[in-house]
Structures are given as structure tokens and as C-alpha cells.
Ligand binder design. Structure first.
Ligand code: GTP
Length: 264
């Protein structure tokens, strides 16, 4: 088996991968894909589910927020709607996160990866205290990488793509952790056009020609402001369903973990 230089640099400490992204972007499916892939290459993987409202998960869950917090009860008790109840459930769980860290520390010596699934309410990570508490607590002990999952098929409109990238940028800004954008669902549509938009301002301009002049000029100004973010962005195209791009994903995670160890 080939061993890359970045693999060699990773010490015996599990790499934490936090899957963050819009609802339906494919976080849980990508979790499942990576559990299968990493497991079959004899890596030891541990999984944490932080989505209190998810019904079924295809991968085996080791630590599950649903075992500690009943999201439906949170809704009733605090008189909240679904989104508010998810945020509050995460806040409640964050107060017990030391228990999660204790469990992880007992297993850490035998693990290679800790994969963490999160709810589609990504404001948990750029707004609410719980995301910050969870990220900080993990990053103090383990190389921690944010994997921002994007639904490629839903980004064909440049304005939607721009809006998603602004969210991504705000997550990076808030967490300050090594960041990997995974353009998912490339079995539906390859992600090359998104790479072009990030690399070539003119290409984005062409794609924006069907928008009103105000939206087009705002998007162009924003994309100029995003240039620095794009330039340093680590990104891969994947299909959580077919497994395409899994190898590149794993390599990018390892590179990001190396960046963590060199800079944090
Ligand atoms: P939330 O839990 O709502 O935040 O969603 P999620 O981000 O965890 O997405 P999930 O994994 O539940 O996937 C949402 C839908 O997209 C499901 O129907 C998946 O089967 C589908 N899906 C996920 N990844 C892929 C992919 O790579 N290709 C295709 N074609 N469909 C995918």
C-alpha cells in the first residue's frame, strides 16, 4: 500500500473530522462512506452523532446525542420549534461534553479517526455557544479538521454557490480550524464548474449574466472579497453514494491534520 509523506507525519493520535454542512448536503452518507472505507483499510474509526433529530443512521454510532437528549421533549418543555429545539439540545449536550471527552480519551490510544456527524442547522457552528465549546474541547486534544460538505447539484446557480461559500467562510472564521470543502454528489454533476468559478473570476461573471444587474454586481464584489478564502481552500469532489473521490478525501484530511499539527 502507498504511504504519502503526510501519513508519515501524523503521530498516534486520532484525527477528528467534523462533518458540517447544510441540511441534505450528505453529511451522514459521507460519514457512512468513510466509516466503510477507513474500516476496510484497517483504520480504527469511532463515530459520534450530534444530530438530535435524525431518525436513521446507516453507520454504527458509538456516541449518540439521542441517548442523552430527547429532542421532542426539548421542543415541548421549552415551547420551541424544530430548529430551536435542535440548537437547545446541542447546548444541553455541550454542558456534558466533558463526559464525551472522557470516553474518547479512554479509547484514543487505539483509534485513528473520530468522525463526528452534525445537524444541518449550521448556525450551531457559526453562532451558538455549543459549537464553539465542542470545537475548542476537541481541538485542545486532537488534530481536528472541519469537513464542510456541499451539495454540488444544488450549487449550479452561482448565487446559491456564493451563499453556501459565505457560510463556509463564516464557519472557518469562527472555528479557525483546518478546513476541507467536500463537493459531494459528483455522481449527479461533476464539481469542475465550481472549481472554475473559484479560480476564475471571469467565469463566475459569465455565469452571473442571467441575474439582475444588482445581484450580479454584488456577487462579483463578494467573490473578489472571497479570493483569499478560495486561494487557501482545500477542496475535493466526492460522491458519498458511489465512493468516487474517497481516496482524495482521505488524503486531504491527512494533509489538513498535518496543517493542524504544524500551526495549532
Ligand atoms: P441532514 O441530516 O438533514 O443535515 O442531512 P445530511 O447532510 O446528513 O444528508 P444525508 O446524508 O441524509 O443525505 C441527504 C440525501 O442526499 C439522501 O437522500 C442521500 O441519499 C443523498 N445523498 C447523499 N450523498 C449523496 C451522493 O453522493 N450522491 C447522491 N446522488 N445522493 C447523495
Amino acid at each position: 500500500m502507498e504511504t504519502s509523506s503526510s501519513e508519515l507525519k501524523i503521530p498516534k493520535s486520532p484525527v477528528v473530522i467534523l462533518m458540517i454542512g447544510m441540511a441534505g448536503s450528505g453529511k451522514s452518507t459521507l460519514m457512512h462512506r468513510m466509516v466503510v472505507r477507513l474500516g476496510s483499510s484497517s483504520s480504527k474509526v469511532y463515530t459520534v452523532n450530534l444530530d438530535p433529530a435524525v431518525k436513521n443512521l446507516a453507520y454504527p454510532v458509538n456516541i449518540d446525542i439521542r441517548d442523552s437528549v430527547n429532542y421532542k421533549e426539548v421542543m415541548k418543555h421549552f415551547g420551541l420549534g424544530p430548529n430551536g429545539a435542535i440548537m437547545t439540545s446541542l447546548n444541553l449536550f455541550a454542558t456534558k461534553f466533558d463526559q464525551v471527552l472522557n470516553i474518547l480519551s479512554k479509547r484514543a490510544g487505539e483509534l485513528d479517526y473520530i468522525l463526528i456527524d452534525t445537524p444541518g442547522q449550521i448556525e450551531v457552528f457559526n453562532w451558538s455557544a455549543s459549537g464553539q465549546i465542542i470545537c475548542d474541547a476537541l481541538a485542545v486534544t486532537y488534530p481536528t479538521v472541519i469537513c464542510y460538505v456541499v451539495d454540488t447539484a444544488r450549487c449550479v446557480k452561482p448565487v446559491t454557490f456564493m451563499s453556501n461559500m459565505l457560510y463556509a467562510c463564516s464557519i472557518l472564521y469562527k472555528t479557525k480550524l483546518p478546513f476541507l470543502v467536500s463537493f459531494n454528489k459528483i455522481d449527479v454533476i461533476p464539481h469542475d464548474f465550481l472549481m472554475e468559478w473559484m479560480e476564475d473570476f471571469e467565469k463566475l461573471g459569465e455565469a452571473l449574466s442571467r441575474e439582475t444587474s444588482y445581484v450580479a454586481s454584488l456577487s462579483k464584489s463578494m467573490s473578489l472579497a472571497m479570493e483569499e478564502f478560495y486561494r487557501n481552500l482545500r477542496s475535493v469532489g466526492v460522491s458519498a453514494v458511489t465512493g468516487a473521490g474517497s481516496e482524495a478525501f482521505q488524503k486531504a484530511v491527512q494533509d489538513a491534520a498535518v496543517e493542524f499539527q504544524e500551526s495549532y
